[in-house]
Write a new protein. Structure first.
Length: 139
């Protein structure tokens, strides 16, 4: 069995945004040479996420509104975590909702997606460097 590992680094200029990283993962799969196996893609930071969904602007806008309703950034004093001097408790909660990672089957050298599926990096406390791990295993 072969194993491939790569880190992608992002610095999203806004507090919350989503970035389509499907092309990056496809490029890693090509570099790996793996034709059958699994690809793990996970956010390596506790205030960011990786998820699969449609690349549709309205849906992404809906996500932002929904997440802000579920875990509003302000008032920052509403979270015990922020008693430490942080102001990102909401980002931790948003990450928990959207998930840490995805696993995608690799079949015949391609990501084995359903219709419209794409991979996204979700940022909930941006404006600094964060990374995503891509780990691909298989033959």
């Amino acid at each position: 069995m072969k194993s491939y590992r790569k880190e992608l680094w992002f610095n999203i200029p806004s507090r919350m945004d989503f970035k389509n990283i499907t092309h990056d993962v496809v490029e890693c799969l090509r570099e790996s040479g793996i034709k059958e196996g699994l690809a793990l893609i996970n956010a390596m930071h506790i205030s960011a996420s990786v998820f699969i969904n449609d690349d549709e602007r309205g849906l992404h806008s809906d996500y932002k509104v929904w997440l802000e309703k579920l875990a509003p950034h302000e008032p920052v004093s509403g979270y015990r975590h922020n008693d430490t001097g942080e102001d990102n408790a909401d980002a931790h909660i948003k990450r928990q909702i959207m998930g840490r990672e995805v696993v995608v089957a690799v079949t015949e050298g391609k990501l084995d997606f359903g219709p419209w599926e794409q991979i996204f990096y979700g940022e909930f406390d941006g404006r600094r460097n964060k990374r995503v791990l891509i780990k691909i295993i298989g033959e």
